[in-house]
Structure formats: C-alpha cells, structure tokens
Write a protein that binds this ligand. Sequence first.
Ligand SMILES: [Zn+2]
Length: 192
Amino acid sequence: MLNRSIIIGYFLFQGTIPTEHSDLLIFSDILFLVCFPLYLRKNIARTRCIPALLIMTDFVRKSDGEWAAELTPDQFEVTRNKGTERAFTGKYNKHEATGAYQCVCCKAPLFHSKQKYDSGSGWPSFWQPFIQENIETQKDTGHHMVRVEVLCRICGAHLGHVFDDGPEPTGQRYCINSASLTFQAEKSEQPS
Ligand SMILES: [Zn+2]
C-alpha cells in the first residue's frame, strides 16, 4: 500500500514539473529508478529477515499407521490425537539452549529459543513463532473451553494452544507440548 502511494506520489510530483524543464524530468526519473529499488530492498530485508528457505512449502500427509511407526507413543498421542503432556514433564520446559524448535513429525522450523520464556505454566512457552508461515491456528471448543489451537501448517500436527497472557512485545503465550517438538542447536552450540 505504501509502495503504491510512493509511485502515485511520484507521478503526481512529475506532473508539477513544467514540460520545458525536460532535463529536470529526466533527472527525477533517474533518481526515482535508482532510489525506489534500494528502498524496496531495504524494506523487504527489514520485514523479512528470516531466510526464505525456512518457510516450508511442501505439505506432508501420512496415515496414522505411518505416523505411529515414526513417533513415540507420547509424540503420537500429542501430535496426531491432540493430546496434552502433563505439566512440568516435557523435556523442553526448562530447556535453555540456543537454537530452533522443529515439528517432531515433519521437521518444519516452528519456534526459536530467542522467543522462548519461562511462563511458569509447566510447558515450553514462546511469545512468538519463529517461522509464522509454518504455523496455523484454529478455534478449539474441546474440554468445555474456547481456546485457540496451534498446529503445524505443514503436516497438521497438534502443537498446543496460544493465549493472550504472554509478555511484551506480542502479549501472546504459545503454550506448546515438548512432545510435539525436536530441537536443533545453533552451530556455535553444537560440539565440534
Ligand atoms: Zn509438522
């Protein structure tokens, strides 16, 4: 929207240049053609500083039998049957290493230690997903509650729920089961 406004504004500005000053028109054209792509590049880099490679585009669909063969019973129960692990029992609840948390089923990157915090709830908590495009949410009315369920968009795995009682800057709390995650340490943290 802003980009379109800049282009329209530029042409309106050009309309104010008297036609006898064609050199000024050419100069402003050159200036625009150089500066606008630079502005776009800077803006895209600022809003999308996440490598595009991490955004998964291939969906993963498998039968329950195939998932059961690949996952532990706990992982299967949480991710494919929308189960919930008991609070304070998951291996990533107090996990503080630096790196990305992937979907245990399809390995899509979902969360990152940079956005992890201790909510005291007993489940790994994040104030924002790492790769928003790999996550989807939907209304969950189970257990006599209205909640927002968090799922892996790539394979449909149930991950947990998101609540509006998180810390700044988002105010959100992604309450995620450890059983739905696997951890990929950042290179500097991996033993050489
Ligand atoms: Zn997945």
